[in-house]
Design a protein around this ligand. Sequence first.
Ligand code: NAP
Length: 305
Amino acid sequence: MSVIYQQVALIGLGLIASSMAHAMRRAGVAGEITGYARSPETRATAREIGLCDRVCESAAEAATGADLVVLCVPVGAMGEVAAEIGPVLEPGATVSDVGSVKRAVIEAVAPHLPEGVHFVPAHPLAGTEHSGPRAGFAELFDNRWCLIVPQPGSDRAAIARLEAFWQALGANTEEMEAEHHDLVLAVTSHAPHLIAYTMVGVADDLGRVTDSEVIKYSAAGFRDFTRIAASDPTMWRDVFLNNKEATLEILGRFTEELFALQRAIRTGDGDHLHAYFTRTRAIRRGIIEAGQDVDAPDFGRIRKG
Ligand code: NAP
């Protein structure tokens, strides 16, 4: 694969940025990778594991001379980082981000970018519950979607170049409008995370079931909730604060459906429950057919004994 960008600057060196660095190396698409993270500890770790060609002491230093700058910080920190790098960006450079929310990030970042810089927001739909510079791996984006959110007047060549970059990192790309992105993600990711956080919190609060029982007998359902609920608290706080409307709309609908199921259980309406679960089972089949998960029992976990 040939080089797509001469210098890619990664601002924030957590799970997503470190996975991008590994995937860029695997594909050979970046001439040089520069990087910056806020804490000296993260920068030291990044240097120790050779994550970037150069780990810099400021976001502005990392972005200087870059033809692609990717903001990989929590959604609530995007604006301040953009303000810091704005003055050093060169005309013709592309600024992108990987934030899980798009409308709020666009509003926070766009005002800081100078004329002649292409702003092409993006969101790779891939992640794990781990964070930090050691969490990344080259395969994270393989066969996952990366949604590209072009802005009015965005340069088509800059968009095509960023799409080619993400495809080289293993992802499939699709363009989407910001508000629609935020609604889709509220359904597929943000509301499910909140529900997982709640369920794990409920189990923790339940005095009649001891903590050790919850841990000992956690079968697949609860175990999967605990995995999701172990996700980074800063990242997820920022997601909810910045995708308020769409998340609240989905949670409103969720509550209505939950009440309907609650009522069906109370009144013994087995037909309602059966019909509902039949419909949801078909959705799981659709996800597997689309190649977005495996059909192995228990998500393909290796069973002991
Ligand atoms: P992460 O592993 O927690 O890493 C976040 C990085 O941002 C850390 O290196 C942190 O530095 C740095 N940072 C935080 N505030 C900063 C600031 N003000 N200035 C400079 N650096 C700062 O997070 P992640 O999972 O990679 O997520 C990064 C972004 O990707 C978020 O916007 C998230 O919404 C999005 N995203 C996440 C996932 C996922 O599943 N994890 C999936 C898709 C998209 P320190 O280590 O020094 O604190």
